[in-house]
Design a protein around this ligand. Structure first.
Ligand SMILES: [Cu+2]
Ligand SMILES: [Zn+2]
Length: 238
């Protein structure tokens, strides 16, 4: 039923695109110069999301929670004298449409200074072929500015080279049209300016600096999540 619904909407989008396609000789076009087309795509997008969230509400009662895991590794394109950050990011979503919860458990940051702040985001591609560089820009399905992207997790405090944090209320999703499954989590060398940096890069990526480490989000069982929940909080020696 759901598959049919999405197929229908996708078909509608394709038909809509066909009607407004420029002539063959103008085979390349961008959405900024075709506001009608952009608006139609945006409308269809909004409808798909509306239907998805309504279905999520209906399934809320009987839904089983979803889990995902991301095994963070240092970027293959990083110089060997750079910090080698490793660890886990775990996700839990109680039902489709619910806000996401996440555990971030990372180590290998420089121990000096004692406290630093690092940005973590979801980037578009789950490809690590060129290290974290091949994960592309921030995942931005709604074509909005940073920090309104679904995977803009913000800044994380690192103490003595270690990051351990639970976050809830995240807008990213493990299911649906804008699922982050198969996309990349990227850990940065610097702090996210949250779009207040006064330049274009700030509105695209928060000027968070070098990509230290990354991973691809994959579906998982609940075992790792349960283990984290039972651990004593923030003990760097366990
Ligand atoms: Cu990033
Ligand atoms: Zn962003």
């Amino acid at each position: 039923m759901l598959a049919f619904l999405f197929c229908g909407l996708l078909l509608a989008a394709r038909v809509s695109v066909t009607w407004t396609m420029p002539a063959a000789e103008e085979s390349s076009f961008d959405l900024e110069n075709t506001p009608d087309l952009a608006e139609k795509i945006s409308d269809i997008h909004a409808k798909v999301l509306e239907i998805w969230s309504e279905l999520g509400r209906q399934r809320e009662v009987n839904a089983t929670e979803m889990h995902a895991m991301c095994q963070v590794q240092p970027s293959a394109s990083l110089a060997t004298d750079q910090p080698q950050v490793t660890g886990l990011v775990l996700f839990r979503q109680p039902w489709p449409g619910a806000r996401l919860e996440a555990f971030f458990d990372l180590e290998g940051f420089p121990a000096e200074p004692n406290i630093s702040s690092h940005a973590i985001h979801v980037h578009q591609f789950g490809s690590l072929s060129q290290g974290c560089e091949s994960t592309g820009p921030h995942y931005n399905p709604m074509n909005v500015q940073h920090p309104q992207h679904p995977g803009d997790f913000g800044n994380f405090v690192v103490r003595d080279g270690r990051l351990w944090k639970f976050r809830s209320g995240l807008v990213a999703s493990l299911v649906g049209p804008h699922s982050i499954m198969g996309r990349a989590v990227v850990v940065h060398a610097g702090e996210d300016d949250m779009g207040r940096g006064g330049n274009q890069a700030s509105l695209e990526n928060g000027n968070a600096g070098r990509r230290l480490a990354c991973c691809v989000v994959a579906a998982s069982s609940s075992a790792a999540w349960k283990y984290q929940v039972l651990r004593p909080p923030c003990d760097p020696h366990t």
